[in-house]
Design a protein around this ligand. Sequence first.
Ligand SMILES: [Zn+2]
Length: 301
Amino acid sequence: MQRGSQQPGQHHPLPKINMRSFRFIAILYVSLFLTTTLSAQRAADFRSVVEKRLAEAKLELKDVCPVDTNVVAHRVFKDYGAMYVANSTVRYPTKCVFSSEEEVAAFQNDIPTTLETVSGRAITLQTPAMIALKEAVAAAAKKRLTITPRGATAAKRGYADTFRIWNSRFEPGLNHWVRQGKITAADAIKARQADTIDQVAQVIEWETSGWWFSTGMNRSIFSSVAAPGTSQHLSMVALDVAEFGNVEVRQILNEHGWYQTIIDDTPHFTYLGLKGSELPARGLKLQFAGQFTFWIPNFDR
Ligand SMILES: [Zn+2]
């Protein structure tokens, strides 16, 4: 009898507590899910945000990045465009695809930059980006963590490197398809003399016919090189970080305005100088990939 009277007494509160904690956890999960979903859904239209910002400088998107008429511009805007919605201290390039060394140099020499040695490597960034990075490095040091530039060209880059690597695929590919009789000599000359943006667009078009420009002429040229003149590193607002796999390091960088903005390029951080809560209004949406959180342009058209 004692057992019998104890059992109902013990049974009752147990399921109640379990149910309560289950409900609590369920509500927590649902609200967490809703928060992330909503914050992603509430992202403003990226294109509109950029157009408004450009208008303040009397610029038009079609001149800065002709997303409606050029496939390269469209791709670059979608993949690398986050820098166009950074805080007002950050300077953005007035062309999303630089055409020449001179154009890159003109941009790079016209804006405030700082050269500093960070964790043993000399790097150059736009000054506000460098200030925030130094603060992040100091915050990391308090937790016995380091933020190290990854590789020899982790921050500022020049046009020449990207152009040389592009040409190492473009030229042999062009010669190959001219020899094969697929591309005429006249079209080859036209492509060689074209602006970078038009040259890259032409290669994309040729590749749709199966005339590939990779080293083995069997894959897309983009499988191994980026279009020249398109990197955020040219704008000096990007840093490749050796410790990108450390969640605490990522959090510290986020707290200082640095975010991962390019899907699949996990070591790459972009200086936006904004709080995470401000990003949806800037047209950036959250995207999760494995353990990583990316803020990417809410742009599909
Ligand atoms: Zn990078």
